[in-house]
Design a protein around this ligand. Structure first.
Ligand code: PEP
Length: 249
């Protein structure tokens, strides 16, 4: 059995004071959650959030990590720096990084290695654009993105990562993949992992992401292949995010 994991992706939102307010409101609402609960926040919020989640079941995540340990990489953060700030998870290869900041499958793979080396759990994002789905490329594309991201890892390391299947056309648009579409594509991703890493595929947690909210979370989470959610917009309000976390309530 895979333990479900619901993670918020705050993107470029929340000052430290707002971040503290949000997680302070969230903590009592999710304290009995059966799934893992993660908030991935801007780096400027790490101190406020890690202080506010002490003694709670909420874990801290980052939204990106560089692949080098240190050096002349202005504006970047290393995995060890994140670790030192109390970060446990890190989103890698989000479609917004791919679209606006030149992220490639190869750099995703480098970041994944750096994260794992430092003891962080990567949340690796894959997913097709609208035109790619319409052209019938979804399955080979998400399989390729996944296998390149995992290249060079051992089966044991693969078993510990989290994958987020995020159809790009569903992110921030209010459009959601149907329960069946999301389940089917996540099944394809798991089959690709099985082809390269065998039984590790049964342990990898694969989330759905793309306009997941309190209304559609229950249906998505009832699908056998879906092990959680990566939540953007609905993670910015404590009540909404808590309802996604407690999708069965
Ligand atoms: C995301 O940013 O990963 C995401 C899924 O956003 P939203 O929930 O707003 O579509």
């Amino acid at each position: 059995m895979r333990k479900a994991i619901i993670a918020g992706n705050w993107k470029m939102n929340k000052t430290p004071a707002e971040a503290k307010e949000l997680v302070t409101a969230l903590a009592p609402l999710v304290k009995d959650a059966e799934c893992d609960v993660v908030v991935c926040t801007p780096a400027v919020d790490f101190a406020a959030v890690s202080e506010a989640i002490k003694g709670t079941n909420i874990k801290l995540g980052a939204e990106n990590v560089h692949w080098k340990e240190s050096g002349a990489f202005t504006g970047e953060l290393s995995a060890d720096m994140l670790k030192a700030c109390g970060v446990e998870y890190v989103i890698i290869g989000h479609s917004e990084r791919r679209q606006y900041f030149g992220e490639t499958d190869a750099t995703v793979n480098q970041r994944v290695h750096a994260a794992i080396k430092a003891g962080l759990i990567p949340i690796i994002c894959v997913g097709e654009k609208k035109e790619e789905r319409e052209a019938g490329y979804t399955n080979p594309l998400v399989s390729y993105q996944t296998l390149i991201a995992l290249t060079g890892l051992t089966a044991e390391q693969v078993a510990g990562v989290v994958i987020a299947y995020e159809p790009v056309w569903a992110i921030g648009t209010g459009l959601t993949a149907t329960d069946e579409q999301a389940n089917e594509t996540i099944g394809v991703i798991r089959a690709a992992i099985r082809s390269a890493y065998g039984d590790a595929a049964d342990k990898v947690r694969i989330q759905y992401g793309g306009s997941m909210n309190p209304k559609n979370a229950k249906g998505l989470m009832a699908q056998p292949e879906i092990d959680g959610g990566l939540i953007g917009g609905a993670s910015l309000k404590a009540e909404d995010f808590s309802k996604v976390v407690k999708y069965n309530a």
